[in-house]
Design a protein around this ligand. Structure first.
Ligand SMILES: Nc1ncnc2c1ncn2[C@@H]1O[C@H](COP(=O)(O)OP(=O)(O)OP(=O)(O)O)[C@@H](O)[C@H]1O
Ligand SMILES: [Mg+2]
Length: 466
C-alpha cells in the first residue's frame, strides 16, 4: 500500500534524514571544524580550557519536491571554508552534487533527492490552495524552499517585466502556463498570448484573452505585438500581461518583433503592459542589450553551463547550471534570488479549461499606421518570404483565386468585403501571408473591375483612400 505523503509537509525527520545529518557533521568533524578549545580566565584568576561548538545542526530537514536541505548554525569564521566543501559532502553522502548556501545566519547543505524518493509534481492546484487570495497584478510561480507559495508581483516598480529562461525541458512553457492560469483566475486584467509552439493554446479561449485567442504564426505575432506597442501612449490602457514564448525563434523569423518588444520593454509599463518572455537563452545580441536591461526579473531554470547561467541571470553566482530541470527554478532580481519549484498545470486541468473556453483564432489586428513608411515595411516583409509559393511571380501579383473569392463575397452579401476580411482570407490561403490594406484595396479594385487585373508593379498606391 502506498502511503500518500502530502507534498507540503515541510519538515521531515526520520532515520534517513538523521543519518545524512550525521554524515554532514562527520565531514565537519573530520576536517576539525566542529569545535575548538578556548582558554577562559575567570575573575579570581583561574584559567580553564573550554570547548566551543562552531557548527551545530539547526532545525529539522527541509524537504522540497526536488531537494533536501540540512541547516547548520555556523561560526562565521568558518563560512569560507564550509562553502568550498560541497564535493566532500557529496562524497560522504553518495550523491552526485551538493551545494552549500548561506541564508542569513544559517548555512544549508542542499542535496538533490533521488527521483525514486520524489513525490509527484507540484500541481497548480496545490500551489494555489496554499493561499488562493492572490492580489491582482501578481502571478503564481510555485512554492519556495520553505514550501511557501511564491508569487511574482509583476506590477511592483522594481519588477515590471520578466523573462523565463532555461534549456529545453527546464519547464519554461509549463511555468508560463501556471502564470497564465493564475492571471485568468485572479481576474481583472487582460492576458495576451504569443506562442509559435502553441503550448498556451488550451488556455487561450478564456474571455480575458486579448483579441480572443492565441497568436501563433510569426506574421500574426508581429502584427499583434506591433498593435500592443502602438497602444503605448494612448489613454485608457488596461493592465495587460503579455506572454511571449520562443522569443528568439520569433525574432529570427520576423526581425521587427525585436523592435516591438524593445518598445514594450521600455515604455509598456506606462500603458499597464507587462512582458513575460520565454526563451532558451536571451542574448543581448539577439534581443538587444537595452531590452535585456529593461527586464529585471529572471526566472532561470536549468541551463547548459556557467556561461549560460550568467547570461540568463545577469550575474554569475546562482548556479543555474546545477538545477535539475522539470520546474526547478531560481527567481533572480538584481542581488536577490530565490530558489523555487514551479507548479504544473496538469493535462486534466488544461483539458477542462479548453472545454469550458474553447480556443479560437485571434482577431488579428490590421496594421494601424498608414503612409509610405508602413508600405515600405510591408514590402520588406513580403520580400523576406523569398517568394515562397509564389512560383516566381512578381511579389505584388494578386492571385486570380483571391479575386474570385472577393467576387463571391460581393455576390452573396451585396457589398464589398472589408480589408480585414481580405487580410484574413489571404492569410489562410496564401503561403506569403495576408494582404496589407493597400494590397487588399487593389485586389478589391480588380474584383470590382475598377482596375485592370494585370496590375503593374510599382504603381502608386491608393493611400488617399485610407
Ligand atoms: N513544474 C514541473 N513539474 C514537473 N514536471 C515538469 C515541470 N515543468 C516541466 N516538467 C516536465 O518537463 C517537460 C518539459 O517541460 P516544458 O515543455 O515546460 O519545457 P520547456 O522549457 O518549455 O522546453 P522547450 O524549450 O523545449 O520548449 C514537461 O513535459 C514535464 O514532463
Ligand atoms: Mg517550451
Amino acid at each position: 500500500m502506498a502511503a500518500l505523503r502530502p507534498i507540503l509537509d515541510r519538515k521531515r525527520s526520520g532515520t534517513q534524514y538523521t543519518d545524512r545529518m550525521h554524515r554532514i557533521l562527520g565531514v565537519c568533524h573530520d576536517c576539525g571544524l566542529l569545535w575548538h578549545n578556548e582558554r577562559v580566565t575567570y575573575r579570581n584568576g583561574v584559567t580553564e580550557m573550554k570547548r566551543v561548538d562552531d557548527i551545530e545542526p539547526e532545525g529539522s530537514v527541509l524537504v522540497t519536491p526536488q531537494y533536501e536541505k540540512y541547516g547548520l548554525r555556523v561560526n562565521p569564521r568558518l563560512l569560507p571554508r564550509l562553502k568550498s566543501m560541497g564535493p566532500q559532502f557529496a562524497y560522504a553522502l553518495n550523491v552526485p552534487h551538493t551545494a552549500v548556501e548561506v541564508d542569513g545566519n544559517i548555512v544549508y547543505v542542499r542535496i538533490p533527492r533521488s527521483r525514486r524518493d520524489m513525490d509527484g509534481p507540484l500541481t497548480f492546484e496545490q500551489a494555489w490552495e496554499i493561499d488562493p487570495n492572490i492580489p491582482r497584478g501578481n502571478l503564481l510561480l510555485g512554492v519556495d524552499e520553505e514550501q511557501q507559495q511564491l508569487v511574482l508581483e509583476l506590477t511592483a516598480p522594481t519588477n515590471v517585466h520578466a523573462a523565463v529562461i532555461g534549456m529545453t525541458g527546464s519547464g519554461k512553457s509549463t511555468l508560463m502556463r501556471t502564470m497564465i492560469l493564475s492571471a485568468l483566475k485572479i481576474r481583472g486584467i487582460r492576458v495576451a498570448l504569443f506562442d509559435p509552439s502553441r503550448g498556451f493554446e488550451p488556455l487561450s479561449g478564456h474571455p480575458l484573452i486579448w483579441r480572443g485567442g492565441l497568436f501563433s504564426s510569426p506574421d500574426d505575432c508581429e502584427l499583434g505585438l506591433d498593435a500592443l506597442a502602438s497602444s503605448i501612449g494612448r489613454r485608457g490602457g488596461e493592465l495587460t500581461f503579455v506572454f511571449v514564448d520562443e522569443v528568439p525563434d520569433l525574432i529570427m523569423q520576423r526581425p521587427r518583433i525585436r523592435e516591438h518588444l524593445a518598445r514594450l520593454a521600455q515604455a509598456g509599463r506606462h500603458a499597464g503592459i507587462h512582458l513575460i518572455l520565454g526563451a532558451q537563452q536571451l542574448l543581448a545580441s539577439e534581443i538587444g542589450s537595452m531590452t535585456l536591461r529593461n527586464i529585471p526579473v529572471r526566472l532561470v531554470g536549468r541551463v547548459t553551463d556557467r556561461t549560460a547561467a550568467y547570461n540568463a541571470a545577469g550575474r554569475g553566482d546562482i548556479g543555474a547550471e546545477n538545477l535539475r530541470g522539470s520546474g526547478d527554478f531560481i527567481a533572480v532580481n538584481g542581488s536577490t534570488s530565490r530558489h523555487f519549484q514551479a507548479a504544473l498545470v496538469s493535462e486534466d486541468t488544461l483539458r477542462e479549461w479548453a472545454t469550458r473556453y474553447p480556443p479560437r483564432e485571434p482577431r488579428v489586428p490590421v496594421r494601424a499606421d498608414t503612409g509610405a513608411h508602413s508600405n515600405n515595411s510591408w514590402q520588406a516583409n513580403f520580400t523576406s518570404h523569398g517568394g515562397g509559393g509564389g512560383g516566381g511571380r512578381p511579389l505584388d501579383d494578386i492571385p486570380q483565386v483571391v479575386i474570385e473569392k472577393i467576387q463571391t463575397y460581393m455576390a452573396e452579401y451585396g457589398q464589398e468585403p472589408s480589408s480585414n476580411w481580405i487580410y484574413q482570407l489571404t492569410r489562410k490561403m496564401l503561403p506569403t501571408g495576408g494582404f496589407n490594406r493597400d494590397k487588399a484595396r487593389r485586389a478589391l479594385d480588380m474584383a470590382t473591375g475598377r482596375a485592370e487585373i494585370t496590375h503593374a508593379e510599382g504603381q502608386p498606391s491608393h493611400e488617399a483612400n485610407w
